[in-house]
Design a protein around this ligand. Sequence first.
Ligand code: HEC
Length: 198
Amino acid sequence: MHLFSPLLLISLSTALLFGAPQNKQSKELNAVISTGQYSTKLLLKTLGSNMKKNMKAGGPMKALDFCSQEAYNLTEEVNLKLPNGIRVKRISLKYRNPANKPEVDEELILDSLHKLKNANVLMPKQLVQKVNATTYKYYKPLLINKKVCLKCHGNIKDTDLKRAIAQRYPIDKATHYKMGDLRGAVVVTIDTAAKAAK
Ligand code: HEC
């Protein structure tokens, strides 16, 4: 009985967490985090800079054309640039494109993030989920953090734009957001075994 006193358990787990800073586990976790950060940045930069360009050139209608035709292709292009075993995508519980519907384990994370948000908890910069012995999912929460997002995800007033979105996405769920709302997340799936085999 004494062996499993709460105090001992605490010190044991502390030792596991902080004991050896560069053990195999923490090395792997550090690699997962930096891969996640890198892949997320690459995707958001690619989508963001192209969106800006199209918005400047032709306003929200042109940017919508770009998003609906190119967001998926550009995401695939980013994936081709990433090493073997690493994939990046965007997900949301209220998705516009059904291709961005979360998987069951991803939905769990988004649910938890929404619960935290509703409890006025500041969003974490990132989360790591262990999927199995060799696979991780890295999440970056995405907020409606710019007014421009509301043009296409808020209470859309431009009737032409509204119609164009409804035509392309008959089951669109991604409207009526407000500034600061949690929109979804970037997910990077990292298969560490595939990487090692390369
Ligand atoms: C010009 C219109 C437009 C603007 C502005 C815009 N989006 Fe979108 N957004 C779209 C379209 C269209 C899609 C669906 C893309 C696709 O088919 O993959 C989308 C998809 C998304 C998705 C993927 C999940 C889903 O619903 O399919 C996220 C996350 C997202 N947008 C976040 C944002 C954020 C954050 C901003 C502001 C920085 C923003 N969007 C600005 C049109 C827009």
